[in-house]
Design a protein around this ligand. Structure first.
Ligand code: PBG
Length: 316
């Protein structure tokens, strides 16, 4: 078959503008530190992040998702919503130095709490309702600092409504929310927790993240987030969850994002370094399959490489 025809009838098309690159911003100066479980990925201090932002822009990736790693963690996660917090400082700087970048803030407490849970604690575990106020404050502080969109990843019930209400009250009526709607309690997040030093110090996240045996519940979560005012719904992880990307996309009728998480990245890197698979075609196949499943947006640590593959016509 003529390769031109194969491409002519291709059903899934990709565009660089739909890629988001997740990035770890660490407090301090002059830091570019490789993450050992994610070879090729780094923690950057705000004064060094420009190196990566420049190369992303050159490649055609203009959206980033920031995670902050503070020096000081406490039980209330107070550096998550501090105006001079690590991620707030990074937003201020990025907004000034890279006005063409679309800046997204991950809203969660686990990187900021000493116990590593995604909210504040009560006797029984995480206090869902009390956490909402802190999440809303975190979102507002990020937007005040320059974030263009917020992405709550905590999985507390009611957080999208709380964040929407608070953003509106502060005058940020036009700031969208990308909700981590179907976020599963997944072992694929292992390398992220090393990167962000955010593993829970006791217990696990199963009381607030979803059970991967469940499909209807995932759709319900996405519908709830949509009703609370989410502008984009997300499925996470991406690779093993294509059925839910499709189902949520059709049920919710909002743009759908798929997050190819740290464990997916680490598996590809590990297996290709060992010579068991070839990195580039595997990365292309994973991305194309997420889009085929229904993703409109793909969040990936391979975003810059993917932009290159799209540019060269390897995929898309
Ligand atoms: C914060 C958060 C996590 C990820 C994104 N936001 C970690 C977790 O829930 O434990 C995981 C991302 C990845 O693995 O790449 N709650």
């Amino acid at each position: 078959m003529h390769p031109g025809l194969r491409k002519m009838v291709r059903e899934t098309r990709m565009d660089k503008s739909s890629l988001i690159y997740p990035m770890f911003i660490v407090e301090g100066e002059n830091i570019k530190q490789e993450i050992s479980a994610m070879p090729g990925q780094y923690r950057y201090s705000a004064d060094r992040m420009g190196e990566k932002l420049e190369s992303l822009l050159r490649a055609g990736v203009s959206s980033v998702l920031f995670f902050g790693i503070p020096k000081h963690k406490d039980a209330m996660g107070s550096m998550a919503y501090a105006q001079d917090g690590v991620v707030q400082r990074a937003f201020e700087r990025a907004k000034k130095e890279f006005p063409g970048m679309y800046l997204i803030g991950d809203v969660c407490m686990c990187e900021y709490t000493s116990h590593g849970h995604c909210g504040v604690l009560c006797k029984e575990g995480v206090d869902n309702d009390r956490t909402l106020e802190y999440l809303a404050r975190t979102a507002v502080s990020q937007v005040q600092a320059g974030a263009d969109m917020v992405a709550p990843s905590d999985m507390m019930d009611g957080r999208v409504a709380a964040i929407r209400r608070t953003l509106d009250a502060e005058g940020f009526l036009h700031t969208p929310i990308m909700a981590y709607s179907a976020k599963f309690a997944s072992s694929f997040y292992g390398p992220f927790r090393e990167a962000a030093k955010s593993a829970p110090s006791f217990g696990d996240r199963k009381s607030y993240q979803m059970d991967y045996h469940n499909r209807r519940e995932a759709v319900k979560e996405a519908l709830l987030d949509a009703a609370e005012g989410a502008d984009i719904v997300m499925v996470k992880p991406a690779m093993a969850y294509g059925d839910l990307i499709r189902e949520i996309k059709e049920a919710v009728r909002l743009p759908a994002a798929a997050y190819s998480v740290s464990g997916e990245y680490a598996m590809v890197k590990g297996a290709s370094a060992a010579g068991y698979i070839e990195e580039a075609p595997v990365v292309c196949e994973m991305a194309a399959c997420a889009y085929r499943a229904g993703a409109d947006i793909y969040i990936s640590y391979f975003a810059e490489e993917l932009a290159g593959y799209i540019e060269r016509g390897v995929i898309g």
